[in-house]
Design a protein around this ligand. Sequence first.
Ligand code: IMP
Ligand code: MG
Length: 179
Amino acid sequence: MLNDVQEVLFSEEKLASIVKEMGKKISEDYRDKNLLLVSVLKGSVVFMADLMRAIEIPCRVDFMSVSSYGAGVKTSGIVKIVKDLDIPLEGFDVLVVEDILDSGMTLSYILELLRSRNPRSIRLCTLLDKPERRTANVTADYVGAAVPDEFIIGYGLDYDEKYRNLPFVGVLKPEVYGG
Ligand code: IMP
Ligand code: MG
């Protein structure tokens, strides 16, 4: 598995400090709110697990799973809900937790759907951001770090469902995906 990594971008220690800072900021901003963390499976599961423990105020968590319609490597923006949330959103200050914001097409759909359920507020928190790739009008309220336009793996992020268990964030060697 390690042989497929071109470069480590963020070590385990660096990720821990990034996530700790994000948790602190969120704890300050949501002190008098009714925080509900919504994780979009599966990529954000490692980040979510660490972020929720870096948050020092009461909060709830819920999970949803979506799949993009359309074949190929490009996100179509048409999204199917595979697993919906369990909690109705009314009265909650929702913070959507994502692994990486790429084109933003998926997130744009999810945010619109969740907004229609009348949460008290809704914001977006992403560990990684690839700003050069954005086509949809989505900006994150909390960003851990920007990454270059390369294929990123580890700490939850996969290529073909592999590499999610790497403890660091790195760049996948292009020869692995025929790039
Ligand atoms: P978007 O709709 O193009 O923003 O796609 C976002 C989703 O694509 C993310 O939640 C990831 O699951 C996946 N994704 C985008 N870029 C990468 C990457 O570099 N590595 C792994 N997954 C990625
Ligand atoms: Mg994802």
